[in-house]
Design a protein around this ligand. Structure first.
Ligand code: NAD
Ligand code: UFG
Length: 349
């Protein structure tokens, strides 16, 4: 049997590059489209070194309809995993147009081309940020949505668009209806265990783990812990950190699930990808120091605007319907993040 081809948008990025490794190792042919706005081609050189296989690369913007149509004409695509997009919450407040144009309009162009090519299997990178603030800290898929920043709203809008087009197809009993999985990521961290690919943020990182690693290696002076007066175990923010390799394995399970009964007549379903366990910022710092033997210089600072006290997944649905659950623990995540950092102190440069 010939290999199924998966088109990976944003395949050179942090999560996309890890997905390419797992897809190639699982026996898929991988075609990547990336404009390298937030990644480097070196990540794909490393994917090749890890797997001994070469993914096909198209350097293009997903908003370029002609370029996308050409790719669909050239390749026999079975399904699309759609990672491409902008993802920085703070930046999205300063450049909302850019975020809606890249994320929402980019997705519309992709959907138009997929529809024309009659490729209607899609796995979409959504985020826990689509949930509205709740009195319960453990989020299940049926909780109300209500993102509070342009980045989150772009993800929420895309979810609505995908649900609507899928519904219209199933109501009209389309011969080949859309089959769509929305994966709501909690906090992906860590790196491939080879230490060859990982997260390579531009400039000063916004997210906790890259910041902690860069303080530990001496690139940054001190971590600010944003608030220690939250109603949590030690007053600092609690999140559901998930190993990036566990996360991308969820995508491979989702591709198989598209062939299951619940997608037989077309469907669009959301699944949380998280471990179900939350850790505080201080727990992260303490565990990082324990597994790496490196001190992390930090100070307590005021709360960061827009942060929740506590947020973690109820991952039961992904286990029941995708046969997926996270396998790696916090030590694994932090050891792998540190290996990537020490092997690549300047990232991919
Ligand atoms: P990333 O920035 O490392 O990867 C995104 C990739 O998409 C980059 O390689 C970038 O060059 C490419 N890209 C961006 N816009 C493009 C366009 N218009 N055309 C073609 N390529 C384009 O980000 P990541 O952390 O790997 O995240 C992947 C996806 O997962 C994103 O959609 C993000 O919103 C989502 N997500 C990430 C997190 C997280 O914490 N990392 C959490 C929830 C959801
Ligand atoms: N934190 C600090 N200091 C820092 C950075 C973060 O104390 O320098 C704290 C935050 O206050 C929070 C926790 O560490 O309590 C995690 O913060 P991150 O910025 O790493 O992650 P967030 O949970 O704020 O957001 C991340 C992504 C979003 C995504 C969300 C849910 O950045 O894009 O997870 O998936 F939407």
């Amino acid at each position: 049997m010939s290999k199924q081809t998966i088109l990976v948008t944003g395949g050179a990025g942090y999560i996309g590059s890890h997905a390419c490794v797992e897809l190639l190792q699982a026996g898929f042919k991988v075609v990547i489209v990336d404009n390298f706005s937030n990644s480097k081609v070196e990540s794909l050189v490393r994917v090749e070194k890890i797997t001994g296989q070469t993914p096909t690369l198209y350097q293009a913007d997903i908003r370029d309809k002609q370029a996308l149509s050409d790719i669909f004409a050239q390749e026999s695509i079975h399904a699309v995993i759609h990672f491409a997009g902008l993802k920085a919450v703070g930046e999205s407040r300063q450049q909302p147009f850019n975020y809606y144009h890249n994320n929402v309009y980019g997705t519309l162009v992709l959907l138009e081309v997929m529809n024309e090519a009659n490729v209607k299997r899609l796995i979409f990178s959504s985020s826990a940020t689509v949930y509205s603030e709740s009195t319960c800290n453990q989020y299940a898929e049926d909780f109300p949505l209500g993102a509070i920043n342009p980045y989150g709203r772009s993800k929420e809008m895309i979810e609505h668009i995908l649900r609507d087009i899928s519904k219209a197809d199933t109501v009209n009993k389309s011969v080949s209806p859309w089959k769509i999985v929305l994966l709501r990521y909690f906090n992906p961290i860590g790196a491939h265990e080879s230490g060859m690919i990982g997260e390579d943020p531009n400039g000063i990182p916004n997210n906790l783990l890259p910041y902690v690693s860069q303080v530990a290696i001496g690139k940054l002076e001190q971590l600010s812990v944003w608030g220690n007066d939250y109603p949590t175990i030690d007053g600092t923010g609690v999140r559901d950190y998930i190993h990036v390799v566990d996360l991308v394995k969820g995508h491979i399970k989702a591709i198989s699930a598209l062939e299951n009964q619940q997608f037989a007549a077309g469907n669009c379903k959301a699944y949380n990808l998280g471990t179900g366990t939350g850790y505080s910022v201080l727990e992260i710092i303490n565990t990082f120091e324990k597994v790496t033997g490196r001190p992390v210089n930090y100070k307590i600072a005021p709360r960061r605007a827009g942060d929740l006290a506590e947020c973690f997944a109820n991952p039961a649905l992904a286990l029941a319907e995708l046969d997926w659950s996270a396998e790696k623990n916090l030590d694994d995540m932090l050891i792998d993040a540190w290996r990537w950092q020490t092997n690549n102190p300047q990232g991919y440069q």
